[in-house]
Design a protein around this ligand. Structure first.
Ligand code: GLP
Length: 259
């Protein structure tokens, strides 16, 4: 079925589903817009559950949130967070672990209660146990109010890699070559990049009340087109978000340059 696009001043809205695609001028504009939506969530529901993401794209969003916190405009004291994913086998002190990333970019700079921040335990060698434990954590927080997502070059969200079917809950993934390649810039060498990760599943992401995707750069233009304007398929995991009832994509002009 061909989807009808309705042009709006600031982007597009698909008829019939709620996915909104908001055009940002550039990375900074994208970051501010995303931070505005997260702020609104915290203001409207101070004890909300935020699903948080790593990767380079949300760094500007976190910076903006920290700035607003420092100005006294935001209060994280009642917020709970659950992160999407963690590398398997990386110690929390490793500066490439997502635990380290979240502390470095957000948690250490705001008044969030550390006991209410959650990530999969990358140091649990028993994958089944690590995933079951994280599913229990997600269940215990009572559902995600707003899930922030980046977009991998192959359409992955969290570490849900292209596959034959959508994985539902937390699982251990073998990272694809393209993901290992993309992430090796953060490590000393290819061999140092972990080859597996624990990630929240697609069902959990889809159950979030609101989903917010941030995308920036020409190198993402192709996948933006495939994921949000192509068919829904587990080969492009982010495409499932087209079926979410409240999904917002904030993409800069470069990322939208193929639309
Ligand atoms: C990693 C993360 C994803 C992230 C993706 C894109 O693989 N697990 O959550 O969205 O990278 O990263 P970047 O924003 O750096 O392009």
């Amino acid at each position: 079925m061909r989807r009808v696009l309705e042009t709006a001043k600031n982007g597009w809205r698909r008829k019939g589903v709620e996915m909104r695609i908001i055009k940002a001028r550039d990375y900074n504009d994208m970051s501010r817009k995303a931070a505005n939506i997260i702020s609104a969530q915290i203001i409207m529901k101070p004890d909300c559950v935020l699903g948080l993401a790593t990767g380079s794209t949300p760094i500007g969003t976190y910076k903006q949130l920290v700035e607003w916190y420092e100005k006294g405009d935001l209060d994280f004291s009642e917020v709970t967070s659950v992160n999407l994913d963690e590398y398997k086998g990386l110690n929390r002190d490793n500066d490439q672990s997502y635990y380290y990333f979240m502390n470095d970019n957000l948690f250490s700079h705001v008044n969030i209660c550390k006991e209410r921040t959650h990530l999969p335990n990358g140091m649990e060698p028993d994958s089944e146990k690590a995933c079951a434990d994280y599913n229990a954590v997600i269940a215990s927080v009572g559902g995600i109010d707003l899930q922030l997502l980046g977009l991998g070059h192959n359409g992955h969200i969290g570490f849900n890699e292209p596959a034959d079917s959508f994985e539902l809950e937390t699982h251990c993934v073998d990272l694809t070559e393209s993901t290992i390649e993309a992430n090796k810039r953060f490590f000393a060498s290819y061999d140092d990049v972990p080859k597996q990760a624990y990630t929240m599943g697609i069902k959990t992401i889809m159950q979030a009340k609101k989903v917010l995707v941030v995308v920036s750069g020409k190198d993402k233009a192709h996948i933006v087109k495939e994921a949000f304007f192509g068919p829904v398929t587990p080969r492009v995991p982010a495409s499932i978000l087209q079926l979410h009832s409240d999904a917002i994509v904030i993409a800069d002009e470069d990322a939208l340059s193929e639309i």
